[in-house]
Design a protein around this ligand. Structure first.
Ligand code: NDP
Length: 457
């Protein structure tokens, strides 16, 4: 049977773009279909603009300590300038992504695609049908909004980047990556910021020292945190949004943002016409090679519910192309993924948390806590935390967790020796680089404490 294309990719985000480019490089006839902007969440309304805004917010900390280094700073912030410059940069990136697709011959189709069978889609705008030997679903995820009365008065991270003006105050619901990163951004830019979270400590699943350190750092920067509470309803009697919490308390906020997780973008995609069922969240189940239950349909990235992280989607897209178009079957190892939270303080983490490691056998824990050197001339008391978790008696490194300046940069490099199965002696062999914060990781002498038979000794 002949098809219009070898591969049709639905969604031009991180995973889809990489898969399309690589497949075309291997000689496949490829088209990529995108209804919004090329680049996807990461480039257009995720990682890239988020990090730019985090940079903007962090000037606040720099201004705070500047006088201890002899500087007098009279600083004012203009939101419109930030938004406009951000837009310029993501437009540049969007053009670069498009050019990188077109260079190896990928056809970029700006339309919405609906699947009409195992090898076919329909373009909703143009109304024409297309066929392909393989379909790759890379449609990503969208913010999940809890079903509460008045939820329409809230925003999500999609809208937060382009607010017409900064609100005087903001309430952010959630305790995950997006919630704490946006709390950092808004508080740093001078907005009265409150976090409301249904749990009892932010960043569930992270190492306890990171969670507590982040909580202290956010509180230190004026962010109010309300635990074990949710938004019950919202109303808009005037300019402000009036929130009623689950404990009955009401309060007005200039804006309310939901950062309550993300759900796969499969609604209305027509997968059922190809005989492909999703779970109740809309997730497409795939095997290690990103192949779905329908052999001609593959899926990569957030839509597969594996790890909602750009570099993971990119790797999945690349390995899909290797497997299907380069006769080189490769499966992604999701076991050791470094990740960072670009809050203030920043967190970088790879491997097992202390709590997880303690259930895996006897372990040694090395912890360093100190004031980052940049703060030593100021009155800031915030502590940086570096934690190394190893198998007992200098065995394999199981986890590294860093809270403080440049944690993300450090953890990316730590992921290399960890991927090689490094043990404590491998870290010790490295000569310290002084003065740096990272040198703590290679100069630990005895453990700070140990676990034997699951009990802290
Ligand atoms: P997360 O899953 O990280 O956090 C969602 C938060 O919302 C959790 O605290 C969760 O609580 C809470 N929540 C979920 N449902 C409800 C509800 N019905 N009512 C109240 N609270 C609720 O999602 P994010 O949106 O923060 O981020 C999505 C993903 O995107 C992340 O998991 C991450 O993989 C990725 N991301 C990565 C970033 C990075 O690498 N720096 C930055 C931003 C996003 P509970 O803890 O109790 O489940």
């Amino acid at each position: 049977m002949s098809y219009d294309y070898d591969l049709l990719v639905i969604g031009a985000g991180s995973g889809g773009v990489r898969a399309a480019r690589m497949a075309a490089t291997y000689g496949a006839k490829v088209a990529i279909i995108e209804e919004f902007r090329v680049g996807g969440t990461c480039v257009i309304r995720g990682c890239v603009p988020k990090k730019l805004y985090v940079y903007a917010a962090r000037f606040q900390d720099q201004f705070d300590i500047a006088s201890s280094f002899g500087w007098q700073v009279d600083a004012r912030f203009d939101w419109a300038t930030l938004v406009a410059n951000k837009e310029k940069e993501i437009t540049r990136l969007e053009a670069a992504y498009t050019a990188n697709l077109e260079k190896p011959g990928v056809e970029v189709i700006k339309d919405r695609a609906v699947v009409t069978g195992p090898n076919s889609v329909k373009l909703v705008g143009e109304g024409r049908g297309l066929t392909a030997r393989y379909l790759l679903v890379a449609t990503g995820a969208r913010p999940f909004i809890p079903d509460v009365p008045g939820a329409e008065f809230g925003i999500t991270s999609n809208e937060a980047f382009d607010l017409p003006e900064l609100p005087h105050s903001i309430l952010i619901e959630g305790g995950g990556y997006v919630a704490v990163e946006f709390a950092t951004i808004f508080a740093g830019l001078g907005v009265h910021t409150t976090l409301v979270y249904r749990g009892d400590c932010l960043l569930r699943g992270f190492d306890e020292d990171m969670r507590r350190g982040l909580e202290a750092g956010l509180t230190d920067r004026g962010i109010r945190i309300i635990y074990q509470t949710t938004i019950a309803s919202m109303a808009k009697p005037d300019e402000d949004v009036l929130v009623t919490f689950s404990d009955g308390v009401t309060a007005p906020y200039g804006a309310v943002m939901f950062a309550t997780g993300r759900v796969p973008n499969t609604d209305g995609l027509g997968l059922e016409t190809a005989g492909l069922a999703t779970d109740e969240k809309g997730t497409i189940a795939v095997d290690a090679y990103s192949q779905s239950k329908v052999p001609s349909i593959y899926a990569v990235g957030d839509v597969t519910g594996r790890a909602q992280l750009t570099p993971v989607a990119i790797r999945e897209g690349w390995y899909f192309a290797e497997t299907v178009f380069n006769n080189n079957p490769l499966s992604v190892d999701h076991g050791l993924i470094p990740t960072a939270v670009f809050a203030e303080p920043e967190i970088g983490t790879v491997g097992l948390t202390e709590a997880e490691a303690a259930t895996h056998g006897d372990i040694d824990v090395y912890v360093a806590r100190f004031r980052p050197m940049q703060n030593t001339l100021s009155t800031r008391t915030e502590r940086m935390v570096l934690k190394l978790i190893t198998e007992k008696d200098g065995g394999r490194v199981l986890g590294v967790h860093i809270l403080g300046p440049s944690a993300a940069e450090m953890i990316q490099l730590v992921a290399v020796p960890m991927g090689m199965g490094a043990n404590k002696a491998d870290f010790d062999r490295a000569i310290a680089l002084h003065p740096s914060a990272a040198e703590e990781l290679v100069t630990f002498k005895g453990p700070s404490y140990i676990y034997r038979n699951g009990t802290k000794v």
